[in-house]
Design a protein around this ligand. Structure first.
Ligand SMILES: NC(=O)c1ccc[n+]([C@@H]2O[C@H](COP(=O)([O-])OP(=O)(O)OC[C@H]3O[C@@H](n4cnc5c(N)ncnc54)[C@H](O)[C@@H]3O)[C@@H](O)[C@H]2O)c1
Ligand SMILES: [Fe+2]
Length: 387
């Protein structure tokens, strides 16, 4: 067996209704003042209503930064850091989807009184020195798994999505409360759920750091996600399906935090950067064609996943047949979920394909994990096939 390493968030609390205990949990960690990082959509959906009285009861001061946007910018991170300093935050809570949780990670570093680094020094792999403030993440989408990953993605300049990857960003606590996801709109549920499935699929075929623990987590994540995504999208008030999706997304996050994602994400990021297509939808758009491209490189791995993903629809056959059936099944799923499957239907003009392909090549951090090397011409061909 090959040597491998595996890290994850120290404490995982799975408590339906647990939002009311957030203040108490922060107090238990010794915090007297907390910055809660979230977005305006979450506030207007009323998700903070069960949370705020808990802080008052626990005697913990709460500062609110609710201006995170989808695909958060470097400017937003710096504004949130300023708010954290204003309230002398001793702990940071990320409360929302990947966008809010990713901002919270960087705030925990940059708002620490002893931080000697600027944001632009953090970009890339392994550049964060720490220390940082304690960090608790509360996901309200079942998608990114950011509550258990050492990764934060920010948008710099006009359209470039940059990753900060460092063990220092690994959160201390993940608190899952499925009740927070009951009102997640169908389209967001679908896109974020496919994102989580992609995390597990790409972790399972990751070329470099795939290991027995990431494999186990990816398989169980896919079992939960594939069995529950349709119910979660079409019957959003089903708490059982919501809980399974939230846990599935967390397990997928643990998998890809240790066996990183690859070409689906590398080709998805330019779509988010240039056209503000939500992260999960960008992944969903390119997923089937990237799987077709990768299929010949590791048919046995996709064939291992096929019965887990397809459940009762799985039909045995040669690896090549099974992989093609799996891809067709995933295309059918994307359709059932109501997600568009063509770039042209998402505001992407055909003459942007060369630019998208060139930008995808910038994501070498991800492409090195792909089971098959991807050239710029390959990337352009994949975008063209999805156009
Ligand atoms: N850190 C990582 O490991 C990692 C991994 C994948 C993606 N990402 C990043 O995460 C971001 C995407 O995160 P996301 O897909 O979770 O979306 P998001 O955080 O951008 O949220 C999407 C929308 O859903 C709304 N919303 C969220 N929860 C809700 C709820 N429970 N009820 C009603 N509305 C709700 C929000 O208000 C927002 O408008 C991207 O920036 C992406 O690059 C990070
Ligand atoms: Fe993702």
């Amino acid at each position: 067996m090959q040597a491998f390493s595996f890290s994850t968030t120290n404490t995982i609390l799975n408590e339906p209704g647990g939002a009311v205990r957030l203040g108490e949990i922060c107090a238990g960690r010794g915090a007297r003042s907390v910055l809660l990082v979230t977005d305006a959509g979450i506030v207007s959906a009323g998700l903070l209503e069960p949370v705020l009285p808990g802080f008052e009861h626990a005697g913990v001061r709460i500062g609110l930064f609710d201006r995170v946007e989808a695909d958060p910018s470097d400017t937003t991170v710096l504004q949130a850091v300023a708010t954290a300093r204003e309230v002398s935050a001793e702990l940071v809570v990320g409360f929302g989807g990947g966008s809010s949780m990713d901002v919270a990670k960087l705030v925990a570093v940059l708002a620490h009184p002893d931080c000697g680094q600027s944001l632009d020094r953090l970009y890339g792999v392994g550049n964060v020195r720490g220390p940082r403030l304690p960090l608790l993440q509360m996901p309200t989408t079942a998608g990114t798994g950011s509550e258990v990953t050492p990764i934060s993605i920010v948008t710099t300049g006009e359209a470039t999505k940059v990753g900060v990857v460092s063990p220092v960003l690994q959160p201390d606590i993940a608190l899952l409360d499925a009740e927070l996801t009951l009102g997640l709109p169908p389209r967001v549920t679908a896109a974020t759920g496919v994102d989580a499935m992609v995390h597990a699929i790409e972790a399972y075929t990751s070329a470099i750091r795939k290991n027995p623990l990431s494999d186990m987590l990816a398989r169980e994540a896919l079992r939960l996600l594939a069995r529950n995504i349709v119910t979660a999208v079409h019957r959003g008030d089903n708490i059982e399906a919501r809980g399974n999706m939230l846990l599935g997304a967390l397990l997928a996050g643990q998998a890809f935090a240790n066996a990183p994602v690859a070409a689906v994400h590398a080709l998805a990021y330019p779509l988010g950067g240039h056209f503000h297509i939500p992260h999960g939808l960008s992944n969903s758009l390119v997923l089937p064609q990237v799987l077709r491209f990768n299929g010949p490189a590791c048919p046995e791995l996709y064939a291992e996943l096929a019965p887990i993903i397809m459940g009762e629809d799985f039909v045995p056959g040669s690896n090549v047949e099974v992989v093609e059936n799996l891809i067709t099944w995933i295309e059918g799923l994307i359709d059932v979920l109501g997600l568009p499957n063509r770039l042209r239907d998402c505001g992407v003009p055909e003459d942007s394909i060369e630019r998208l392909a060139a930008d995808a090549m910038q994501q070498q951090r991800l492409l090195v994990n792909n089971p098959r090397p991807v050239s710029e011409a390959d990337a352009a061909a994949i975008y063209r096939a999805v156009f």
